[in-house]
Design a binder for this molecule. Sequence first.
Ligand SMILES: O=C(CO)COP(=O)(O)O
Length: 126
Amino acid sequence: MSRRKCIALIAHDEKKDDMATFAQQNEKVLAQAKIVATGTTGGRVLEACPGLDVTRLKSGPLGGDQQIGALIATGEVDLLIFFVDPLTPMPHDVDVKALMRLAIVYDIPMALNRATAEDLLDFATD
Ligand SMILES: O=C(CO)COP(=O)(O)O
């Protein structure tokens, strides 16, 4: 039996409403996966969809992006969905960049906006 796929969910503050709506609209598909999320994003996803299997890590600015990067490096993440806010400067921008770099290094499918996330979800749950 193949293991359940692991999807990492992250959203910057201006994108958290979008992430909550995305989770609700795709709840059935997400329910087939194990989800890891940065702290606040995971809280919002659980509020929207209390039945999902969500492991909440640290908040992004406190190391959550790096924790997800570490999970990518150890082969535990199959898909990264990261709703990025391109219009707001972030104190932890270097962490965000490092996470994206690892997703590229390990060739993990990475959706940085909602349109791509919708397309990639099918892949994650095949
Ligand atoms: O800042 C983030 C990603 O860089 C997201 O972290 P939170 O989900 O804790 O807000």
